[in-house]
Design a protein around this ligand. Structure first.
Ligand code: OSB
Ligand code: MG
Length: 371
């Protein structure tokens, strides 16, 4: 593989409904898209999952844009490499910036699968032609609104409900939801809103039979999560603090979690995500595919990743229409009444990028070429 051109584009896409987490509210997404082209004109698409500010992690849209144009693109352009699996290695000298790296790396995987004429999920070694889906529901203006939303998602068939929590929107809300829906698969995500001093409150959630509590403590912590896990029955799931397969190994060894959420951007791309999956599968730790309010391109990559064998729990990958009035791919992502997404059979990510729509949503673009 020899990438000759990397095109960066920033699009602006408005969510159909605001999405609120413990670190803030989003309504207008800024999304960096990456298109890579090789010497034969084959192309692939990737999406950067960095948010509008450095609040989920250090990365944000403009840091991803700058590091990609100034450092990552020159490391990749014109450099012969065995295949997409080797693209991460080309960018190794740059530390961190995993979401930016993933946007380039995943685009190369799409290109490679398209060249081979196979669906990306098969190319990655996926074994599940249909993936289980849950939904992530943000903090709402009132508990009643939350109940209404849950009702709607369950009616659509989703297999599990995740609600966001933060101090002041936690115990009572979970109690209300549980009282109304006693039997559903339910979990919570705190996005690092608590500390070990909150252990009593987090332990009080044990009585609600949650599948897991996601990232309750600091975004870069494993040690305190291990302490917390010893004090509560609900399984801890790590999101923010697992950035690599090595992180996953250490977290599991420490007892910091019993479940891991895998996100392509957070770990730097498909190759590392597969290594995380492999470490977890070997240790008997279930994983599931997280979401970052992706447009269709990132969503398609998530679907492909989630077909790997270790992804045994419903992920945060759901229908395009939950996010966008019109998604940038054709067909849009839809969910079956069984609460699943069927992995597409077309080559590469398996969805066509609507170029005209992308063009009309583009706020800036830049093309970088091999010398
Ligand atoms: O922690 O999983 C998270 C969205 C943005 C940032 C972080 C997270 C999320 C979600 C949304 O939970 C998942 C989705 O529906 O895409
Ligand atoms: Mg999370």
């Amino acid at each position: 593989m020899n990438i000759r051109q990397i095109e960066l584009r920033e699009i602006s896409l408005r969510l159909v409904h605001f999405f609120e987490t413990s670190f803030g509210r989003t309504i207008e997404r800024r999304i960096m898209l990456v298109r890579v082209t090789d010497g034969d004109g084959a192309e692939g698409w990737g999406e950067c999952t960095a948010g509008e500010g450095p609040f989920y992690s250090e990365e944000w849209v403009d840091s991803a844009w700058e590091v990609t144009r100034l450092f990552l693109a020159p490391m990749v352009l014109g450099h012969e490499v065995e295949g997409a699996a080797g693209v991460g290695e080309l960018m190794r000298r740059a530390r961190g910036n995993r979401m930016a790296k993933a946007s380039v790396e995943t685009a190369c995987w799409d290109l490679e699968a398209k060249r081979a004429g196979v669906a990306l999920w098969r190319h990655l070694g996926g074994v599940q032609g249909e993936i289980a889906c849950g939904v992530s529901i943000g903090i709402q203006d009132s508990p009643e609104q939350l109940l209404e939303k849950i009702e709607r998602e369950l009616a659509a068939g989703y297999q599990r409900i995740k609600i966001k929590i933060k101090p002041g929107w936690d115990r009572e809300v979970v109690e209300t939801v549980r009282a109304r829906f006693p039997d559903i698969r339910l979990m919570v995500d705190a996005n690092s809103a608590y500390t070990l001093a909150d252990a009593p409150l987090l332990r009080a959630l044990d009585e609600f039979g949650l599948m897991m509590i996601e990232q309750p403590l600091a975004y870069d912590d494993r040690e305190d999560h291990a302490r917390l896990q010893r004090q509560i029955k609900t399984p801890v799931c790590l999101d923010e603090s697992v950035r690599s397969a090595e992180d996953a190994r250490k977290a599991i060894e420490l007892g910091a979690c019993r479940i891991i959420n895998v996100k392509l951007g957070r770990v730097g791309g498909h190759a590392e995500a597969a290594r995380v999956e492999s470490v977890c599968r070997g240790a008997g730790v279930p994983v599931w595919c997280g979401g970052m309010l992706e447009s269709g391109i990132g969503r398609a990559h998530n679907i492909a990743m989630a077909t790997l064998g270790g992804f045994t729990l419903p992920g945060d990958v759901s229908a395009s229409s939950r996010y966008w009035a019109e998604d940038i791919i054709d067909p849009e992502v839809t969910v079956t009444p069984r609460g699943t997404i069927v992995a597409p059979d077309a080559p590469g990510i398996g969805f066509r990028v609507k170029l005209d729509l992308v063009e009309s949503l583009t706020v800036r673009s830049e093309t970088l070429s091999a010398a």
